[in-house]
Design a protein around this ligand. Structure first.
Ligand SMILES: [Zn+2]
Length: 232
């Protein structure tokens, strides 16, 4: 199923296991996350309903290295440039299944290529999109968000969800880094939050504030931390 968020921006939802994917049309078409490998036929079908072939995708950006965000890469990497944060790229390319968890769904562990190893503050630019990489480790060490600085949109991957729902801290992740990443995002001017799972949100600031407090509550010294940042 796909939804046109506005002209040139689509959200594509596949089966429950896959991340949602975002299609950003322009002179170079960008796909943010590619779902599981098993869902690629579905992705292909939704793209053709929108009116493009998967071969028309020029850039695939993975928000992090989990299987449900990278599986479609295997079918896209011959015709598109694949980009991920460098700490995700290394795990994707070397087939680090402790982190990518591909075997859980019997998805290929190796064979993925990443052409562009991104760093914090790198820019991905087309005629209509200006995406700034914000490195947000926590859920895993390779997580990043993409901030569209002109349109005030945050593509938040598995870092921020609507209503402040938190991600699990999975292999290579860190609770402290997650908290730090959320703090980094909280002052951004965001009018639309587009996460990789669940609903989209127009209340990003509140969502991030709730997630910061809930994240702190996971620490054994939660009270001390809440005090130190002035929440209690
Ligand atoms: Zn994930």
């Amino acid at each position: 199923m796909y939804t046109e968020i506005f002209h040139g921006l689509y959200r594509i939802e596949l089966s429950k296991l896959s991340s949602s994917c975002y299609l950003l049309l322009s002179n170079r078409n960008i796909l943010i996350d590619s779902g599981t490998s098993d869902d690629f036929p579905l992705l292909k079908q939704e793209l053709s309903k929108i009116g493009i072939s998967y071969k028309d995708i020029d850039i695939v950006v993975n928000t992090h290295e989990h299987f449900d965000h990278i599986g479609g890469n295997l079918y896209l990497q011959d015709s598109a440039h694949i980009m991920a944060h460098r700490l995700a790229a290394v795990k994707i390319e070397y087939g680090d299944d402790e982190v990518t968890m591909c075997r859980v769904v019997k998805q290929d562990v190796v064979g993925y290529k990443v052409n562009v190893w991104l760093n914090n503050t790198d820019i991905i630019k087309t005629d209509d999109w200006f995406l700034k990489v914000i490195y947000t480790p926590g859920h895993t060490s390779g997580c990043m968000c993409l901030y569209e600085t002109r349109k005030k949109i945050l593509f938040s991957g598995d870092t921020v969800f609507a209503n402040g729902t938190l991600s699990a801290i999975l292999n290579s992740g860190s609770l402290a880094e997650y908290l730090n990443s959320l703090q980094k995002l909280k002052n951004l001017d965001i009018s639309l939050l587009l996460p990789a799972h669940g609903k989209i949100s127009e209340h990003a600031r509140e969502d991030i504030e709730v997630s910061i407090i809930d994240n702190i509550k996971r620490f054994p010294d939660a009270k001390y931390l809440l005090k130190s940042i002035g929440i209690i």
